[in-house]
Design a protein around this ligand. Sequence first.
Ligand code: CU
Length: 248
Amino acid sequence: MYPLFAPLIAFLAYRVSAHGGALNYTVGDTWYSGYDPYGPTDQDDAPYIVQRKWVTNVPIFEADNKSLACNFPGTPAHASIPINAGENITGVYGMWVHTVGPMLVWMADCSGNCRTFDADKADWFKIGERGLLEGTIEEGMWFQRAFVNWDGGPSLWTENVPASLKAGNYLIRHEIISLHSANKPQWYPECAHLEVKGSGTKSPGKEYLAKIPGVYSMNQPEINIDIYAPGVGNQTTYKIPGPPVWTG
Ligand SMILES: [Cu+2]
């Protein structure tokens, strides 16, 4: 084996795992580094990483899993992404391969420093959600399907931080729920730290807030779903679970 091939093989092994997650973020032209679950361990102390630690891109399969909020182990990041309320943030994924199921971006107020904030205490609110755009549940055009780049390029997902949101430190949580396995939903969550600036004064009301875990259960037909079942897969609407999106 020529040493030259080693990086290529590592790259292929990474891709064929058929799972993924948010690896990096951009705001405008600025790039912020996530935690690479297959990267070096010195990332743990890296002052520039904005994302909470996760160690595998294998999904979470349980709606009540303790790590559903910020993946496992979810250790706080050292850095945060500065962003003005009203700006867009883009989650940059490696090659994504799943095509069915909703995608949601949540935020939660750290009420101070996110480095010492326990995600168990978070009151999450949605700032964006993407579901079935057209066609049927089984074969239609989901945002998740449109998100896939079969040429292997990164997949980009942009949402807006509401302009009226009060300044402060927040978690941002990107979540893809993949529903291609019958009655076996897969969750892919990652969290990053945000420092929201601006003159906003608003916070979402109670009706927009949810606990994670808590918001999902296997009693929900949108979660415990067999997309191949007659009468299910041919439906043309899909109700994304959880509270409504807060737009400020
Ligand atoms: Cu996968």
